[in-house]
Design a protein around this ligand. Structure first.
Ligand code: OFO
Length: 163
């Protein structure tokens, strides 16, 4: 049985995941406008993944006989200051999501809610992978970002992401 408080933070988490999808989709549109189709496609896959994360929590609540409360998704806000700044925003955002997932785990631990703890473990591992992937892109952008040929190759490489 999921407590009211766990229900509340999991519903908040659904909203954060959907917001992440919204944010990354708006970034994808901007990258596409810049002609960086590979980066745009990578970001679109990322957006889709975030919506899937939201749905994973949505299904968990329903399967546990708890309630889903979908809240308003706010408008994505970020400054378009070049490609490196876009990925820096993604990295900072992912760190916030990691904190948020950790808060769910902490709360579940306090309540001895083993089921939610098990469930949220998947997200904790996923966050390590996501932060790592974005950090790698940032490192390469910092190294080669001004080199148009390198950027072209990176764009080509990122276009290969399929999920
Ligand atoms: Fe990128 O974060 Fe979902 O969980």
């Amino acid at each position: 049985m999921i407590s009211e408080q766990i229900n509340e933070i999991l519903n908040e988490q659904i909203n954060k995941e959907f917001y992440s999808g919204y944010l990354y989709l708006s970034m994808s549109a901007h990258l596409k406008e810049l002609g960086l189709n590979g980066f745009a496609s990578w970001m679109r896959h990322q957006a889709k993944e975030e919506v899937e994360h939201g749905l994973k929590i949505f299904d968990y609540l329903i399967n546990c006989d708890s309630f889903v409360t979908l809240k308003q998704i706010r408008m994505p806000e970020f400054e378009f200051n070049g490609i490196l700044s876009i990925f820096s925003v993604v990295y900072e955002h992912e760190k916030c999501i990691t904190n948020s997932v950790m808060t769910v785990a902490k709360r579940a631990e306090e309540e001895c809610d083993r089921t939610t703890l098990n469930f949220i473990d998947w997200f904790i591992e996923e966050q390590v992978e996501e932060e790592e992937a974005v950090k790698n892109i940032i490192k390469r952008l910092e190294m080669f970002g001004d080199d148009k040929a390198a950027l072209y190759l990176m764009d080509k490489e990122l276009s290969k992401r399929t999920k």
